[in-house]
Ligand binder design. Sequence first.
Ligand SMILES: Nc1ncnc2c1ncn2[C@@H]1O[C@H](COP(=O)(O)OP(=O)(O)O[C@H]2O[C@H](CO)[C@@H](O)[C@H](O)[C@H]2O)[C@@H](O)[C@H]1O
Length: 487
Amino acid sequence: MIEVLSVASEAYPLIKTGGLADVAGALPAALAPRGVTMRTLVPGYPSVLEKLTSGRQVAAVDDLWGGPARLLAGRAGGLDVIAIEAAHLYDRPGNPYMGPDGWDWPDNWKRFAGLSWIASELALGLVEGYRPQVLHCHDWQAGLAPAYVKFGPSDRIKTVMTVHNIAFKGSFGPDIFPQLRLPAHAYGVSGVEYYGGVSFLKSGLECADAVTTVSPNYADEIRTPAFGMGLEGLLNGRADSVYGILNGIDTDVWDPATDPALSQNYTAATVHQRRVNKQALIERFGLDGEDGPLFCVISRLTGQKGMDLLIQVVDGLVALGGRLCVLGSGEPHLEDGFRHATARHPGKVGLITGYDEPLSHLMQAGADAILIPSRFEPCGLTQLYGLRYGCVPVVSRIGGLADTVIDANPAALLAGVATGFKHDADNAHALYEAIRKATMTFADEKTWRKIQRRGMKSDVSWAASAERYADLYADLIGVRRDDNQDD
Ligand SMILES: Nc1ncnc2c1ncn2[C@@H]1O[C@H](COP(=O)(O)OP(=O)(O)O[C@H]2O[C@H](CO)[C@@H](O)[C@H](O)[C@H]2O)[C@@H](O)[C@H]1O
């Protein structure tokens, strides 16, 4: 077996604010049948420690950036977890990254330097009898781990850095560098320095043995100035070590046949029964029960997700006979934009702000289509949930959205392969046209059902991508997987 330590600031079902948690939470089970044992290192936030009731102490550290820490290991939420219990860093309520005032915690650099440093110490044998062969680091919060390995006493362990969102670079001033426990020469182009400060993500991208991102298309896009957000030069420089591995979804958690959050379970053969869920959704959002399509949004309400574009075309969507239900929270002006839309269109547009996991399942099971007009999207998971639930995705043609949805153009309809609708990104008119096309197609029930069923039958599981991760780990440590699986 290949022993991998996954390092992430969130992992479903222990703690989740977005797609990173879904991926970190699903990978271990997807990899287990493929010769990979994956443990997950997470900060001991209150919600993590609550679930890790069986955790036993496996190591302790006297000073983790200002206080003591204990490592607790055990099983929680189906995961083999190591949690860092360090009250001074992680014992804070609510969102893991920001305080109740909506601002990032000022000591985030310490909190996630701590996570990354513990990962590298685990690689060096902090816990007796445990020696992972690969550190798999997710996003900027784990980005310093490859730097600690590269500049540390032993670079024996191999490191993988996965980008789920290149927009969050974990950038801090140069003043933190002396406190990072790194040697002076780590402050440079081939280390943690980035435009006169420290960037955790850049550190990971620079120092890891391999870089992955979560779709093949996005792996190409981030090597261009339009999507690389200043890191395209670095990524081009190491193009041979950059891989795009498409996300899958946990098809047990997301299964319309068994999902406990639904009013009515169904399969591709009984897709007409979704109407019970649609009715439940209409009641929940206080909408009118008319005939047209019900569109939904389940998202952080941000510019990345193109929510300003959607706000521009809401009136048009309603004029076409559609209704819209929105679940999410984010930038205040975008929340306001949707609030105004609900006031202009009572019974046609509904908004629930906040985070509600069961409601997000019901929406995928009851809405006719999901709108994802992102400006950039490394992979996107909600279109994959949409496919699995017969909630037809209407997506911008970028990143992983382009890789996972087949547009219902005439050729695709004729060939019987269409699974959704695609439009140009960053273009409100193109979004409106896609909504119009979806609305017209919805009126043709036979064609719509075919698109739904085809989506429900498409493979959105981890099967293919888990193979690719397992191959990558094996390549890095120089073993053949066939040999290794016999171990
Ligand atoms: N208000 C709410 N209530 C309940 N659930 C909500 C919610 N808002 C969002 N969600 C859920 O959070 C997840 C968001 O997934 P996305 O793929 O949109 O990822 P996100 O942009 O967070 O992550 C980044 O990482 C992921 C994983 O790699 C990439 O797919 C993505 O492109 C990248 O931007 C989904 O499970 C969705 O259902």
